[in-house]
Design a protein around this ligand. Structure first.
Ligand SMILES: CC(C)(COP(=O)(O)OP(=O)(O)OC[C@H]1O[C@@H](n2cnc3c(N)ncnc32)[C@H](O)[C@@H]1OP(=O)(O)O)[C@@H](O)C(=O)NCCC(=O)NCCS
Length: 204
């Protein structure tokens, strides 16, 4: 059993006392790292609907590691091949290569949200040391198709913001399409549209 799994199990068995300890002090973010209660509650509702009353799932937010590449490439391909993007990723190799390019960037930073050990959301980006401060640029953000609309993206943004603040970041920027659900999602999560900016493209 991994150290992290042992810690999770220990805390699950001592749920209330340990939780109070974490919430009363500066260690709250560590509590968040192992347990995301609201989300867990939302998911336990789903589990209830599936008739699996005894199953208790542990959710975790952590940094991306190279071992996550294949799982993320598969998730990425499934998500962006579907509505509203309909990207034409022809193979897993293609999406894996694309993500590999992002990850090899020396200033890459990535995060994943897991249920037990399964990745259900990922946020992959990179650092930009701008004159106004350290900025996190989101290259890709995606939640497993069947899990979208259940608060996972919002929780991931919350945890991302906490982590980046602790790391000295001062802003998050990203590009997305206008008039798609993702735009509404970002607006609801405190992002704003920079009307002074435009995206320029030259086809070659
Ligand atoms: C955009 C995305 C990351 C949001 O995560 P999420 O877990 O689905 O979002 P949440 O449940 O936390 O928030 C729900 C809100 O986000 C918006 N939303 C965006 N995509 C949605 C979807 N597929 N289903 C439901 N709501 C969605 C809605 O405004 C919704 O608010 P509402 O419930 O009041 O209608 C996720 O839906 C996703 O991966 N979409 C496909 C890939 C994508 O577009 N990524 C962003 C590219 S920059």
């Amino acid at each position: 059993m991994s150290i992290k799994t042992s810690i999770k199990e220990h805390f699950t068995n001592n749920h209330l006392n340990i939780r109070n300890h974490f919430e009363n002090g500066s260690l709250k973010s560590h509590w968040d790292y192992f347990f995301q209660d609201n989300l867990e509650l939302a998911l336990s509702n789903q589990i209830h609907l599936e008739g699996d009353l005894n199953l208790r799932r542990v959710l975790g937010f952590r940094r991306f590691s190279w071992g996550d590449l294949d799982e993320c490439a598969c998730l990425f391909k499934n998500v962006f091949s579907a509505d509203p993007w309909y990207d034409e990723w022809v193979s897993l190799d293609q999406s894996r290569n694309y993500l590999k390019e992002l990850i090899k960037n020396p200033v890459f930073e990535g995060f994943v949200m897991c249920e037990d050990s399964k990745i259900m959301a990922a946020c992959l980006g990179h650092r930009r040391s701008w004159w106004m401060g350290k900025e996190f640029f989101v290259d890709e953000f995606f939640v497993e198709n069947e899990r979208q609309g259940n608060g996972i993206g919002t929780k991931t943004v919350d945890l991302l913001v906490n982590t980046l603040r602790e790391d000295g970041y001062t802003r998050i920027t990203l590009l997305t399409n206008k008039n798609i659900p993702a735009e509404a999602f970002y607006l609801k999560n405190g992002f704003y549209n920079n009307e002074e900016r435009t995206v320029m493209v030259k086809e070659l």
